[in-house]
Ligand binder design. Sequence first.
Ligand SMILES: O=c1ccn([C@@H]2O[C@H](COP(=O)(O)OP(=O)(O)O[C@H]3O[C@@H](CO)[C@H](O)[C@H]3O)[C@@H](O)[C@H]2O)c(=O)[nH]1
Ligand code: MN
Length: 348
Amino acid sequence: MAQLLDLKDDLDIVIPTIRNLDFLEMWRPFFQPYHLIIVQDGDPSNTIAVPNGFNYELYNRNDVNKVLGPKASCISFKDSACRCFGFLVSKKKYIFTIDDDCFVAKEPSGKEINALSQHIRNLLTPSTPLFFNTLYDPFANGADFVRGYPFSLREGVPTAISHGLWLNIPDYDAPTQLVKPLERNTRYVDAVMTIPRGTLFPMCGMNLAFNRELIGPAMYFGLMGDGQPLGRYDDMWAGWCAKVICDHLGLGVKTGLPYIWHSKASNPFVNLKKEYKGIYWQEDMIPFFQQIVLPKECKTVQDCYIELANKVKEKLGPLDPYFEQLGDAMVTWIEAWDELNPPPETAN
Ligand SMILES: O=c1ccn([C@@H]2O[C@H](COP(=O)(O)OP(=O)(O)O[C@H]3O[C@@H](CO)[C@H](O)[C@H]3O)[C@@H](O)[C@H]2O)c(=O)[nH]1
Ligand SMILES: [Mn+2]
């Protein structure tokens, strides 16, 4: 498996940033062989210094507007959701996205964690969404399928998403941050699990990898931030859409290892302002995703996503006009995706 854990020609690292990229120094041993796509948010006249020795492309808001023209309206401004622009312009099979306040974590033994290689292992080994393996990831070293696990299901399904976790500052919502300002995650759980089919999960974008060819068009991080009534629901929205589509297309989603060290707690009051509408809207959003049935005619991610977009407008539009705009932006995203990523047979 070791030779499989080096995908330097097949994976891009996408980093959304409004800060500086000094954190890359700590990741240099793991990231230097890879190409970075840096999405600079906020004022495009600011200069983001990239540490020497990294191979990267950097896009600010002017670049987003230049690349997408009117379709740039679907890319959020002043929110980490802007990262999905990096997913759009990448030409690689795999993506790893990480926040600029996430550092190399250590295992209980003190060994530094190469988060990238664990994500690659997660993506290159099958998922088991149809039957839960009680010894967790059967493809991990020293593990296997337990007694009673049907042999007919042991091949598993292709893995589309690898969702990593965080030591130190956990990804809590604002109310929880306010109630528990000093809580730190010190629990290192040595497990990778497949999220069962039919079960949603709150996807966090700060330590996340996925197979662009399997699920890329569904990894749209929505309309958040500047001018929008919602923030910090970007990654979760993408996760709900992607999980429903993965279930429909027979793909898998894993969560657990690898851990990163999340160093900076964002301001809970600012977060509350961004999140508050989402906190009550999600009582309608979640049942929407739980009840959605994608037609069997939807054979591609794009088909599924357009169907989802239409249903978002129909079912969630009455909740708030925001969902009408979000549904339209989802369609614009797919148009942009197909324009920048034409299927091989039509590529000129
Ligand atoms: O306007 C902005 C704000 C931030 N960024 C970049 O996005 C990431 C995350 O920013 P930050 O670490 O400040 O925020 P967190 O609350 O820790 O982020 C997590 O919560 C969710 C927000 O949706 C998400 O799952 C996690 O990212 C950093 O790289 C900032 O530089 C930005 O681009 N624009
Ligand atoms: Mn953070």
